[in-house]
Ligand binder design. Structure first.
Ligand code: NAP
Length: 388
């Protein structure tokens, strides 16, 4: 039985991970759960899974959780970043699923790796901002970093049993999001509700907006570079609206191996949790004879400049990817609060990147300083905008 900690258990990935665990009785024991503000749902999860420890973002919500669980035998309760990091290094845990959203994920990921835990990583911002540090720590601590993002899980599965030097390139597929066929003019009038209606995937709000701008694919390019040790020239993005091929690898001899399935995040979550085993589980099945057709197109970086910005940030390296990520987080947050237009998101990211003086080979402190600077610069820029 594997003992699992889930960070972000009330979110889209966290809830689906608990569903995977629920459907595989006797295979896992949940030993720790962490959430942000949703103490109601965390209380229900604690009652169902009986973890040894639970963490919330703030003391205020923790107080509510403590009161709610007073009549039960409550787990150890803590709050804040230190609570999250301590949960990530819980002695009895075998594997930590990092499914919090945003750059916050860096701290518990590093804590878990340093404590020798295997990490199932859903949080892509961690590798975007601090990829070189995280991969170095994984190598030094001889732990496993298991991808949960569906594209990276697909590439990981395609690479199984293959020699890395035989890889010509990795092919990341993207659905293209809800505005795949919109003209630049049509994109002027995109609303928050339109952007949150993803055609294929049910996800948290931030990643859904990132999918609509294609920044999600941009972040995944940088994530792929670190996970698979490829150069940016070896990463190709292909628009595949049906989201059936989750990604592929092309080898030196021209052979392409792709991983397919219905768009259901429980499959990559389960594979990361059960690895190296495969188990029946609860995921929806793809019937090839029901497929109407699979199409593939090159992305249009003129209509979707976020993709170009991400390639630029990745190639520049140093603190620039952390700046790209942080500027994007504040811009997406402002869009979700209806303060800026959809088209202003990549504009703000580009402007913040232009102002940044990159630090090469940064340590964690410099990365977090750059993250903080980019947030402040992004917020100041947003204040000067009416709508772009
Ligand atoms: N959703 C997907 O299909 C998908 C696919 C691939 C990769 N990812 C990546 O996985 C990560 C999570 O995505 P998501 O869609 O699941 O996001 P989400 O639905 O917004 O969930 C985020 C989770 O993080 C928790 N959280 C926020 N602040 C926290 C804090 N300070 N301390 C502890 N927990 C905190 C939230 O808690 P509360 O809700 O209680 O506030 C929630 O449980 C992101 O990095 C995303 O890019 C997601």
């Amino acid at each position: 039985m594997k003992r699992v900690v889930i960070l972000g258990s009330t979110g889209s990935i966290g809830r689906q991970a608990l569903d995977v665990i629920r459907k595989l009785p006797g295979k896992f024991k949940v030993v720790g759960l962490a959430a942000g503000k949703n103490w109601h749902l965390l209380a229900r999860q604690v009652r169902e899974f009986r973890p040894d420890a639970a963490v919330l973002e703030r003391e205020q919500e923790l107080y509510n959780l403590r009161r709610e669980l007073a009549s039960d035998r409550p787990p150890d309760l803590a709050w804040g970043r230190s609570g999250l990091e301590n949960l990530a290094r819980l002695p009895q845990a075998d594997i930590v699923l990092v499914a919090v959203a945003g750059a916050l994920g860096i701290y518990p990921t590093i804590a878990a790796i340093n404590a020798g835990k295997d990490v199932a990583l859903a949080n892509k911002e961690t590798l975007v901002a601090a990829g070189h540090l995280v991969m170095e720590l994984v190598a030094r601590n001889k732990t496993a970093l298991l991808p949960v993002d569906s594209e990276h899980s697909a590439i990981w599965q395609c690479l199984n049993g293959q020699e890395r030097r035989a890889v010509e390139k990795v092919i990341l597929t993207a659905s293209g999001g809800p505005f795949r066929n919109f003209s630049k003019e049509e994109m002027e009038n995109v609303t928050v509700d339109m952007a949150l209606a993803h055609p294929n995937w049910q996800m948290g709000n931030k990643i859904t907006i990132d999918s609509a701008t294609l920044m999600n694919k941009g972040l995944e390019i940088i994530e792929a570079k670190w996970l698979f040790g490829v150069s940016y020239a070896q990463i190709e993005v292909v628009i595949h609206p049906q989201s059936i091929i989750h990604s592929a690898v092309e080898f030196l001899d021209g052979s392409i191996i792709a991983q397919m399935g219905l768009p259901d995040m429980r499959l990559p979550i389960q594979y990361a949790l059960t690895y190296p085993e495969r188990m029946p589980g609860c995921c929806s099945r793809l019937k090839l004879t029901c497929l109407q057709g699979l199409t593939f197109d090159a992305p249009d970086t003129d209509r979707f400049p976020s993709l170009k910005l991400a390639f630029e940030a990745g190639k520049t390296g140093g603190t620039m990817p952390a700046v790209l990520n942080a500027a994007n987080e504040v811009a997406v947050d402002s869009f979700l609060k209806r303060r800026i237009s959809f088209r202003a998101i990549p504009y703000i990211v580009g402007k913040v990147m232009e102002k940044h003086l990159t630090v090469k080979q940064p340590g964690l402190e410099e990365i977090m300083e750059a993250d903080c600077w980019a947030r402040k610069t992004g917020v100041a820029l947003i204040k000067t905008l009416v709508t772009i």
